[in-house]
Design a protein around this ligand. Structure first.
Ligand SMILES: Cc1cc2nc3c(=O)[nH]c(=O)nc-3n(C[C@H](O)[C@H](O)[C@H](O)COP(=O)(O)OP(=O)(O)OC[C@H]3O[C@@H](n4cnc5c(N)ncnc54)[C@H](O)[C@@H]3O)c2cc1C
Length: 416
């Protein structure tokens, strides 16, 4: 009887491979994938989706340390536009905007993309010169853009304060009518569901803790849920790119900063467009639920705390009340922060790295939500062909040594 129990125990232990003391256990075989995307935000999920849908790859995994869309993807203020100054940036963002325009249909998921227009206000003569220059550059690149007067702004947005007596009087604005907003977390869910339907493994609660390299190329990943073997890894971990790239011995020219936003109690419809101002450091739109969605500039210090300082929010609030005096009676409901990684030229890094098979997508700073489909599309191309697409070729790491920077501070800054 005793002998029978011992045999049963051994058989059970062999089957489960769990009851053996650690030293006797067979090592866990590494799971094998053709491509792994680290980071289950919108960009990572979009990359996996396009790898499967555009490049026919199947053995793909997305590894997310928390839950999908729990990072910046669901913490941002959802502004989507493409009116950047330089040709390289505007073409990349325009590709993204074009993908947004048909994304609900393509993914069969209502991402609530609403092209309600975005106004970037000018408050000084120099602001207006910059706006005119940017609008002219946009039009040369085939991107819709126009300069509008204070009277046109007032006619479109009756609640805005266009008084000449204001501390920062409004002298005009750029307007991109095809720009707008979308529902942020729906974008992550939509890409996840579509990628899953194509066979992509989406693994949550799986933190990447190490990157294995041999002979200058990537061979796998060490994760909180065991090792994974793969020869192709995309790092899409906004805010934490330097930390994860460091696991492969790469030092990135990025700084991580908190960026905050807040929403008001729900109100009846009163703002049907998006208004942004670099000079007063704030911007606002109204969500479909009726909340005013208000964003601020980044906190000036580096950090990973997902919360920022109060004075930044106070400053944005002052700016909003100045632009929209009727907001002074509104109560605020929620406040949160995300961690954004900012590059020296306020442009992303998307491309290859000195480690073969290791690719980067980071450095979007305050403005990567708008790029979600476009960035996934170009990174998937880069990973599938081991060569960047012409749209992301100018955004490689090497620009920080060649000096070919694409400085978008004027069109990015607080105005995401
Ligand atoms: C307050 C705020 C307002 C913003 N407003 C706008 C806006 O209006 N318009 C705009 O275009 N952009 C905006 N942005 C920027 C935008 O949110 C980001 O650029 C964009 O969402 C980045 O997307 P992502 O998918 O790369 O990042 P994320 O959604 O952050 O995804 C990265 C994921 O990587 C995971 N991860 C990190 N480390 C690891 C690891 N070791 N292992 C596994 N997973 C890991 C994280 O958990 C996270 O889920 C804003 C950002 C903030 C914070």
């Amino acid at each position: 009887m005793e002998k029978y129990s011992a045999l049963k125990l051994i058989r059970h232990a062999l089957e489960s491979n769990r009851k053996w003391p650690r030293a006797w256990r067979r090592p866990e075989p590494a799971r094998q994938y053709d491509a792994v995307v680290v980071g289950g935000g919108g960009h990572g999920l979009a990359t996996a989706y396009y790898l499967a849908s555009q490049h026919g790859m199947r053995r793909i995994a997305v590894l997310e340390k928390g839950w999908i869309g729990g990072g910046n993807t669901a913490r941002n203020t959802t502004i989507v536009r493409s009116n950047y100054l330089w040709t390289e940036a505007s073409l990349l963002y325009e590709k993204s905007l074009q993908l947004w325009e048909t994304l609900s249909q393509e993914l069969n998921y209502n991402i609530m993309f609403s092209q309600r227009g975005v106004y970037n206000l000018g408050h000084t003569l120099q602001d207006m010169r910059d706006i005119e220059r940017r609008v002219a550059a946009n039009r040369l690149n085939g991107i819709d853009a126009e300069v509008v007067s204070p009277e046109q702004i007032k006619a479109a947005i009756p609640i805005i304060n266009t008084s000449r007596e204001a501390r920062y009087p409004i002298l005009g604005a750029s307007l991109q009518r095809r720009a707008g907003v979308a529902r942020h977390d729906a974008v992550a869910w939509a890409f996840a569901r579509a990628a899953d339907a194509l066979g992509v493994d989406i693994i949550e609660q799986c933190e990447v803790q190490g990157i294995d390299c041999q002979g200058g190329r990537v061979t796998g990943l060490q994760t909180s849920r065991g090792p994974i073997a793969t020869g192709r890894v995309g790092l899409v971990v906004a805010g934490h790119a330097s930390v994860v790239a460091d696991m492969a011995g790469l030092r990135l020219p990025l700084e991580s900063h908190p960026l905050q936003a807040f929403v008001s109690e729900p109100l009846r419809p009163l703002l049907d467009t998006v208004v942004m101002s670099n000079a007063v450091h704030g911007y606002a739109s109204q969500s479909d639920k009726g909340e005013l969605v208000i964003g601020a500039g980044i906190d000036a210090y580096n950090g990973y705390g997902q919360r920022g300082s109060f004075h930044t929010i106070e400053h944005a609030m002052q700016a909003m009340v100045e632009l929209f005096p009727c907001f002074s009676r509104v109560r605020m409901l929620r406040l949160w922060g995300g961690i954004v990684d900012v590059s020296p030229d306020a442009c992303p890094i998307i491309g290859k790295t000195p480690v073969e098979g290791l690719y980067l997508n980071c450095g979007w700073g305050t403005g990567g939500f708008k790029a979600t489909p476009g960035s996934g599309w170009v990174l998937a191309h880069t990973m599938a062909h081991d060569d960047p697409h012409e749209l992301n070729a100018p955004f490689g790491l090497e620009r920080f040594t060649t000096g070919a920077l694409i400085d978008e501070h004027g069109a990015a800054a607080v105005a995401h």
